[in-house]
Design a protein around this ligand. Sequence first.
Ligand code: ADP
Ligand code: ZN
Length: 310
Amino acid sequence: MIKLYKGKYIIEVNTLKLGAIEAGGTKFVCAVGNGEGEVFERMKVDTDHPDKTIPAVIEFFKTHQVDALGIASFGPVDVDKDSPTYGNITSTPKPGWKDYPFISHFEKELNIPVGFTTDVNGAALGELTYGAAKGLDGCLYITVGTGIGAGAISNHQLVQGFSHPEMGHILVRRHPEDHYEGHCPFHKDCLEGLAAGPAIEARWGKKGHLLTDHALAWEIEADYLAQALMQYILVLAPKRIIMGGGVMKQERLFPLIREKVKDLLNGYVAFPQVAEHIDDYIVPPGLGDNAGITGALILAGEAYKTVKVK
Ligand code: ADP
Ligand code: ZN
């Protein structure tokens, strides 16, 4: 809603009806909510060919008549606002999704402002605004699930260059007791290739949730994730690190990772966050599984403000 206040137009996003999509590789979560991150309606649809998935999503938002839409999508995606392909998925092996023009398709179909970023950037935004990093000016959100990805916010800005970061594909030193070759189709034994859910399953022949009592499995997992966090800390000095995704449901990973991060840094980053308060520094999501969808609602509010103020 746009109101005249002291001679200026201001936008109250809290009174808007906002739409949000968390577009994942296996499912799309769609929601209707407000600018305070409250969700009123929710709908899930499998990520099939876009010709099948997208009409159901569009129908949902047409029915609810939202004022703006935010999309936090699986990637890689084009997040460069100056690029002619801004808002598109770029290269993906998923049938039908390569070069899929998210923003332009939804703008055309719904005729409303559309905000767009990656799934992990969305989750970082949600956690920073209403979750485990509330009150800070930045954080890093990493998901450890079917893949590994991370989004970072610094000084209230999403960190990005020519593209969004791809922090899941960094290289890690191999654990001496790990002989699994790695499953990343590009790099084999990068972080994602060694530590995402499918790597755990391939290494041990069982899905992660069935390995709860397997000490070595989690020792190796924590080793790779701690190495990754060390590098993120050294490069980005994030104000807080939030770890989500299916694999992090394995809560025993948190104390293992914290201890290993401290050991790896070996006193080099002597700031209190790491040295004294690591339990409050490396944490699970405050919003649980709602981080991404909450971030997408925030993006919708931002998109509305940007377009309507122009
Ligand atoms: P996605 O990454 O596809 O959005 P998730 O974040 O739920 O989905 O991650 C799915 C991965 O997490 C799978 O590889 C699954 O085996 C693993 N996973 C789910 N629950 C657990 C658990 N409790 N312990 C360990 N691994 C789990
Ligand atoms: Zn890789």
